[in-house]
Design a protein around this ligand. Sequence first.
Ligand code: GLC
Length: 736
Amino acid sequence: MKRLFIALCCACSAGFLPAQTPVYLDDSQPIEARVKDALSRMTLEEKVKLCHAQSKFSSAGVPRLGIPEVWMSDGPHGVRAEINWNDWGYSNWTNDSITAFPALTCLAATWNPEMSAKYGKALGEEARYREKDVILGPGVNIYRTPLNGRNFEYMGEDPYLAATLCVPYIQEVQKNGVAVSVKHYALNNQELWRGHIDVECSDRALYEIYLPAFKAAVQQGGAWTIMGAYNKFRGQHACHNELLLQKILKQDWKFDGVVVTDWGGAHDTYEAAVNGLDIEMGSYTNGLTSESAFTYEDYYLAQSYYNMLRSGKVPMSTIDDKAARILRLIFRTAMNRNKPYGSIVTEEHYAAAREIGNEGIVLLKNALVQKKQSPLLPIVADKYRRILVVGDNATRFLNQGGGSSELKVKDMVSPLEGLRAVYGDKIQYAKGYAAGRPMYGNVEQIPQAVTDSLRAEAVAMAQEADLVILVGGLNKNHLQDCEAGDREDYGLPFGQDELIEALQAVNKNLVLVLLSGNAVEMPWVSKVPAIVQGWYLGSMGGHSLADVLSGKVNPSGKLPFSFPAKLTDNGAHSFDALAYPGDSIKEVYKEDILVGYRWHDTKKVPALFSFGHGLSYTTFSYGKPTASSKTISADGSLTITVPVKNTGTTFGKEVVQLYVGDDKCSVLRPTKELKHFQKIALQPGEEQTVTFTIAPDDLKFYNETLGDWTSEPGKFKAYVGASSSDIRGVVAFELK
Ligand code: GLC
């Protein structure tokens, strides 16, 4: 027998018999079999090593088994430049310049799932080419306050819009063998005190407002990783929160992927072990202030976790579950031999960035300057001899700063360059205001003398110009649209309000372009004839802006969040400090489910510009909406049809929105909630009938008594609108 065994081994090693490929290395095997086999071969030390960082942006594999490490990279809008092994510094490589795609607020403003798919495909290809296994995005936290420093990275105030538009992005990224990391799960709706603020909100607000986008990301998007948030929820850190991770994410939603912390988001070994955290990333984790003072072995899910396992303080089942999930992630990404090679800074990616920008830019206002004249937009070149472009944001590299989403780009077409490419030497430029260097830390004070002289120069040139385009807004400085801080007031910074008034006083032909990820106060709104919400548009931003301002592209973006006239018109700012920003320990979401337009509608406090608002260079008429029936049964459905016609002179796209309202309910419900939308393209004179199907789930609310979604029989209304406040037709129906 022994001789036979030796003979067989010789035969195998000599290649005469097929060497048995271990299951975990065999691509033809189902992933679950590979996971099981790999797990059975690993020691406890090797399993624990999988569960924490080995460097700033990587976690360990199993070298002995040829299982590679996991490489992660920011961020949601593009692949961040390479960062050093063990500190936050950039490695200054020369081959990591990439495409900056528009910020996710711009993607949300397209209201177009096709743009989301294009976005995910291009981003996934760039992440794959940069050999990243996890791209740390998309961010889908709900826009609760206009002061949140990171709203620009997220997808607006409505759970249905964010849920619908994050799914194609996720699916397309992951087709490249790159995992997304949907963040920041959950209730991370501000940056002030983000590391510890303990958020309290009702179950209804949790399930109806703050979770739907994450649920869609998992159940429809198939997200392979989720990133836990820094803050606490109901007293427990989100990165090891039993309700959020074990109960809702892994048990109810059946999430089979990996939960990673935000960087430094773990704070307790026992909770991390038993509450469903899988990989601990970050730094300063064990409370030390200097990284050099400790190794990754000091992480909560490292030596101390190993000791707890060995001593039986936590069950071995916890490490097998974590390791299995991490192996599954590795087989889906690093060890997925079928993944494509990817590509970066291709014409296709630039075209996608430009198209997403074109479809996301929102025309807020386009009024006549004088009677019988046409509106200022689109800007017809031969009507003007001298066009003055003003503003720091016309030339600023807005890919820099902002925090972890900042990008190192190969190309970055500024608004000034984009406008010069169309209007040539008609264009003149004046800075108009100064904002200082992109600072992810302290704010650079601009001397008043500088502000005054820049303004005086711009006003003098405006007097001689036929048209003025002010490109302003916010930027990526600390306390602006930037991570780790919130804005401290609702108005435009850097003296822009005074600049707008001064320019308008000398030249009525003023077009204002706001580049930002947040709403701002507009005390001058009645004096400015044309206002465009331009977002952070990325590498092709200047071309997108020029495409829309010149009329080459007819704007079709719609606001993904409301612009309250003043801050206290916003729900979160209608109570006391405990409602926002909290008392530095605790915060209570007192507006509950009435976030954004839900507040404006229900409290009858109109927004200056509404959720879903966006003008066009053409006009659309809506016919009377009709319902397939007057009643809907608990398991039936109802179709609403509405004819929409392009009654203008140019091709255009319109987002037809369907909101549903419950006339009478035993609990408070918003006047109406977005439940469907469709973006349609119409030639002048063309009409299309849009059909929506209302399903029973569209009528439900989260019943806190039952701990489940239910609806109550009675009268409902379907509102068809061009925005949440521009309702073109209402159809009543009854739930039997
Ligand atoms: C940051 C951010 C998170 C980012 C991570 C890595 O603190 O909160 O969004 O992905 O750390 O940079």
